[in-house]
Write a protein that binds this ligand. Structure first.
Ligand code: ADP
Ligand code: MG
Length: 332
């Protein structure tokens, strides 16, 4: 018979080299470096809302941690620790072994120690709390964008949303695009290296979990500005899929965990160097403006006319909810 304590110990007690005291006691003991602030974030993944019941457990383990590390990236923090609270319908050894492999693969890749958590019986849901360090006063926040800032975007967001639509049978992606999109969906790579390099360069940052328009809108609202995004400055769209569909995925699809950030135009050379050094495309997609009647993000064509959008991004409470059916991987 499985005992809860053995089960947890078997799958989630691995060495925690950068931690004073890891899992196994009543609490963990963490020792932040002098002069550093802790950045702390939690994200929950619920079966039927964020993933399907038959989701591959290895992918799910990776993703559960990765989406949390993405929030640390958006704060410019170095990821260090995580806690994992899970409720599980059954003690399924094979499932747990695969889940923990995926989780630890992500933890190893980004230098994170799993230092504790909680395990109970119940409907499958997974909640990670991630902690990172950032030099005092240097964290990137959503509310520090300044009028006149450039608005930047990393990578190729939209691919994960295309992968999801493919899985849901709404579109058919050709290979090799299909494989790429599914990889982005299942195994997103949080932009931690980029986030750290953006300290003292970017004014504001956010990770794109709900779509570029929605997340740029969050920076705009919190900073009391308008984010203007130019259609002609968006990243190249992938070939092999209807361009309108690809554009909607880019503007409104979440789940890629790229970063959007603002910086003074003076930082363009520094950002070009960072893009080259990290080998990450950085796109200057727009600008922040002060003339905000209602602070928000808007899309403009090359003549400066507003391009209307049907939806801005995924909103858990806006979408109708009927149990497990409104499956979306968008992260709250
Ligand atoms: P308590 O009842 O004192 O909270 P638990 O039995 O919940 O103790 O947990 C025992 C130890 O196992 C704690 O150190 C806790 O952090 C750790 N732990 C429990 N579940 C997990 C998990 N899913 N991942 C990592 N550590 C866990
Ligand atoms: Mg407990």
């Amino acid at each position: 018979m499985h005992n809860e304590f053995d089960l947890v110990a078997r799958h989630f007690y691995r060495p925690t080299p950068q931690t004073r005291l890891g899992p196994g006691d009543d609490g963990a003991l963490l020792c932040p470096a002098p002069g550093m602030e802790l950045a702390v974030t939690s994200d929950m993944l619920v079966c039927g809302v964020h993933f399907l019941p038959d989701a591959d457990p290895g992918n799910l383990g990776w993703k559960t941690l990765a989406v949390n590390l993405s929030d640390l990236a958006a704060m410019g923090a170095k990821a260090r620790w995580a806690l994992l609270a899970m409720s599980l319908p059954a003690a399924d050894e094979d499932w747990l072994a695969a889940f923990s492999e995926g989780f630890y693969a992500c933890a190893r890749t980004f230098g994170v120690d799993l230092v504790g958590g909680d395990t109970t019986r119940g409907a499958l849901s997974l909640c990670v709390t991630a902690l990172g360090e950032v030099p005092a006063g240097e964290a990137l926040c959503r509310d520090r964008a300044q009028a006149g800032d450039d608005l930047w975007l990393s990578g190729h967001p939209g691919l994960a949303a295309l992968g999801l639509r493919h899985l849901q049978g709404e579109i058919v992606l050709p290979e090799p695009l299909c494989r790429l999109c599914l990889h982005r969906l299942h195994a997103p790579a949080p932009r931690l290296a980029l986030g750290e390099r953006l300290r003292l360069i970017a004014h504001a940052a956010i990770d794109i979990s709900d779509g570029l328009m929605a997340d740029a809108g969050h920076i705009a609202e919190r900073s009391g500005l308008t984010a203007e995004i130019f259609l002609h400055r968006l990243p190249r769209l992938p070939q092999g899929v209807e361009q309108a569909v690809a554009r909607e995925a880019l503007l409104c699809g979440g789940d890629d965990y790229e970063l959007a950030f603002t910086a003074s135009p003076r930082q363009r050379p520094a950002l070009a160097r960072i893009a080259a050094q990290l080998d990450i495309p950085l796109w200057r997609v727009g600008q922040m403006r002060a003339d905000a009647a209602t602070p928000s993000a808007r899309l403009l064509d090359s003549e400066g006319k507003i391009v209307p959008l049907v939806k801005q991004g995924y909103d858990h409470f806006h979408a109708p909810f009927s149990g497990a059916s409104p499956f979306s991987l968008a992260k709250e």
